[in-house]
Write a protein that binds this ligand. Structure first.
Ligand SMILES: CC[C@H](C(=O)O)C(=O)SCCNC(=O)CCNC(=O)[C@H](O)C(C)(C)COP(=O)(O)OP(=O)(O)OC[C@H]1O[C@@H](n2cnc3c(N)ncnc32)[C@H](O)[C@@H]1OP(=O)(O)O
Length: 300
């Protein structure tokens, strides 16, 4: 009887955590019609978003549009959502590296698409679509790293803030250039930047459309490390090595760690504590915990 009750409690806790994670920010109550925006984005084709899920639990998500400095076309925005959905159900996943092809990160939205969708309705729908998608990316139960090579501009800079960490190669830059386009970030980048560097520094970076080089990024806490290599292969290997320091151990435990930190970051105190309790309940007495106890030397 007790075991049956325990299993039910565990299942309820897991379902509640998954529901919290997958709930979209915007829906029809906000005038958001996802199927309509998807149809519109489909019209702006080009490039791709690939995902390689490796045996060691590290995923590599690559923006492939090097001819346009990995600018986001409409279909790439749709593919990003598909990859995030895939990652949400990756049971063995522990970490994620987001990078760009051709030794550069991402130069934001494809300006050809931006010009064709410059009306308010399309703009708001893209804004809500990308906020939904990047919020889900941010909340993945994986430890994520943006590997910034070359340039991360506009929406590309915003994408870096949806990752837990940023690693930059020599000579690379993160730049919120929105002001120069008469804009502010719309994919959630301003909100996340304030959380990362504080409101003062965020205001300076946005109001000045400041080129943030690796040194300044380190100083601001926007980047964790300046890598040694600038080339695609070398920098990816360095990023893998850096991430492996955070992802050693069973996927269930690494995912639980990310979930409790997300709760602490996003929820009011008591809700965060209750989520922590729920997540704790999924690992206490679990296989990794029991195995660790067996391996622990008896206290003398
Ligand atoms: C909320 C987010 C916001 C929005 O969605 O409204 C945006 O992100 S808007 C886009 C903001 N991004 C930009 O304004 C960057 C524009 N690009 C550049 O400033 C430069 O291309 C740069 C600095 C990224 C690279 O300069 P470089 O001299 O090294 O190369 P080229 O400029 O010759 O670029 C090569 C090739 O790529 C095309 N390109 C680059 N960025 C974009 C883009 N965002 N959209 C479309 N096409 C882009 C560029 O036109 C060149 O193409 P080519 O056919 O060879 O002329």
């Amino acid at each position: 009887m007790a075991a049956c009750l325990w299993k039910k409690l565990l299942q309820t806790a897991k379902e509640r955590i998954i529901q919290q994670r997958r709930a979209s920010l915007y829906d029809c109550a906000h005038g958001y019609r996802e199927e309509l925006i998807k149809k519109k984005l489909q019209q702006f084709a080009g490039g791709s978003i690939s995902l390689s899920k490796e045996e060691n639990g590290i995923g590599i998500l690559t923006l492939n549009n090097p001819k346009l400095m990995n600018a986001f076309t409409g279909t790439m925005m749709l593919e990003l959502q598909e990859r995030v959905t895939e990652l949400e159900s990756w049971k063995d996943g522990k970490g994620l590296i987001v990078c760009g092809a051709g030794n550069t990160f991402c130069s934001g939205s494809d300006l050809n698409a931006v010009k064709a969708m410059s009306n308010s309705e399309d703009g708001m729908n893209i804004c809500m679509f990308m906020q939904n998608t990047l919020t889900r990316l941010m909340r993945l139960p994986l430890i994520s790293v943006a590997l910034v090579q070359g340039k991360a501009l506009g929406g590309g800079a915003e994408l870096t803030t949806a990752c837990d960490f940023r690693l930059m190669t020599p000579g690379s830059e993160i730049r919120f250039i929105h002001k120069q386009m008469g804009l502010v970030p719309g994919w959630g980048g301003a909100t996340r930047l304030v959380q990362i560097v504080g409101s003062g520094a965020a205001l300076q970076l946005l109001s000045g459309a400041v080129k943030v080089d690796p040194e300044r990024a380190l100083h601001l806490g926007l980047s964790e490390k300046t890598l040694v290599s600038s080339d695609e292969t070398g920098s990816l290997e360095e990023a893998r090595a850096w991430l492996s320091l955070c992802t050693e151990g069973p996927a269930s435990v690494i995912q639980a760690v990310k979930k409790v930190v997300t709760a602490g970051k996003e929820l009011p105190l008591e809700a965060a504590l209750r989520t922590e309790k729920d997540v704790f309940g999924t690992v206490w007495g679990g296989p990794a915990n029991l195995q660790a106890l067996v391996q622990r030397p008896k206290h003398k």
